[in-house]
Design a binder for this molecule. Structure first.
Ligand SMILES: Cc1cc2nc3c(=O)[nH]c(=O)nc-3n(C[C@H](O)[C@H](O)[C@H](O)COP(=O)(O)OP(=O)(O)OC[C@H]3O[C@@H](n4cnc5c(N)ncnc54)[C@H](O)[C@@H]3O)c2cc1C
Ligand code: FES
Length: 271
């Protein structure tokens, strides 16, 4: 399901420095899955393009979705979005992208769901909440590792509801000092399948870890790539990344992150 529609703001609050938590009432919620995203339009007509924001959570009645995002600058589109108040309306387009597809990742009967570790870093933490919720709903036990800059945590209490939560902070003020992979090393966490979202250096490190892991078995990793986006629907080729496969649209080894991704098997993308 993909359409442009009007959503109504249920609530909006700041949950950490510059991080906003927006609940929207929209029928698109019933079609959404973890790892997918919506494009949020701003009320400023000079900012034509929708801002891609991941689905952080879907309400239990599938009538609302939660978006958690960082305001990227005073005059940015995300700053306009942060001004939305209860009962305001906002245009959104969705549902966009592919998300974490459990059958593809774990197999038809989900029997490959062993030692599942999900990792979120910075503004890659919001989408792992819905991911953790969906794994929990399928009875898949998992560890969640959330990596923050410092002790100004967000969504940690929500994340603790669905998996075993571990925290890393760059300044060491909470949990393990360092990044999400430092937690794996420090706590000796077994990894069979890694599902991750976060900044590019973190995803590169996860790809390398999965490909070179010497624990005598294959570690799979599915990573959500973030790239500057324009159309968000596969038309402009503004978001391509290099892959091992040929893109049917352009016949080169490119994938469009907005439509072929944002979630990829790390072995398929060159980052
Ligand atoms: C699939 C996907 C999911 C995302 N999910 C989240 C999320 O859950 N929470 C969150 O805080 N951020 C998320 N981002 C990043 C977010 O889209 C950007 O921070 C936001 O678009 C910046 O817009 P702006 O108007 O504030 O900034 P500006 O710099 O003024 O944006 C100018 C233009 O560049 C685009 N752009 C700028 N930065 C990015 C970026 N990092 N990624 C993609 N487009 C960008 C904008 O959409 C806009 O069209 C996601 C990005 C992608 C691609
Ligand atoms: S943003 Fe236009 S093709 Fe992806």
């Amino acid at each position: 399901m993909q359409k442009k529609t009007t959503a109504t703001v249920i609530s909006q609050q700041m949950i950490a420095d510059g991080i906003h938590d927006l609940w929207l009432k929209t029928d698109l919620a019933m079609y959404a899955h973890a790892g997918q995203f919506v494009g949020v339009y701003t009320s400023d007509v000079s900012k034509l393009l929708p801002r891609p924001i991941s689905i952080c959570e879907i309400s239990d009645d599938f009538k609302a979705m939660r978006l958690v995002y960082r305001v990227s600058g005073e005059n940015a589109g995300t700053a306009d979005i942060s001004k939305l108040k209860e009962n305001d309306t906002v245009s959104i387009i969705g549902i966009l992208g592919n998300g974490y597809e459990f059958v593809k990742i774990f197999g038809e009967d989900l029997s490959g769901a062993n030692d599942v570790v999900i990792m979120g870093g910075g503004i890659g933490i919001p989408p792992i909440l819905q991911l953790s919720k969906e794994l929990y709903a399928h009875g898949i036990k998992h560890t969640v590792i959330a990596g923050y800059r410092n002790g100004d945590l967000y969504l940690n209490q929500d994340l603790a509801n669905y998996g075993t939560l571990e925290i890393a902070t760059e300044d060491g003020s909470v949990g393990t000092r360092g990044n999400v992979l430092d937690v794996v090393r420090e706590k000796g966490i077994k990894t069979g399948v890694i599902l991750a979202c976060g900044p590019l250096p973190m995803l590169k490190a996860i790809k390398k870890y999965a490909e070179t892991s010497n624990n005598n078995r294959e570690v799979k990793a599915f990573i959500s790539l973030e790239e500057r986006m324009a159309c968000g629907v596969g038309a402009c080729l503004g978001c391509v990344c290099k892959t091992v496969h040929k893109d049917t649209h352009s016949n080169v080894n490119n994938a469009r992150i907005c439509t072929d991704g944002p979630v990829f098997d790390c072995r398929e993308v060159m980052i």
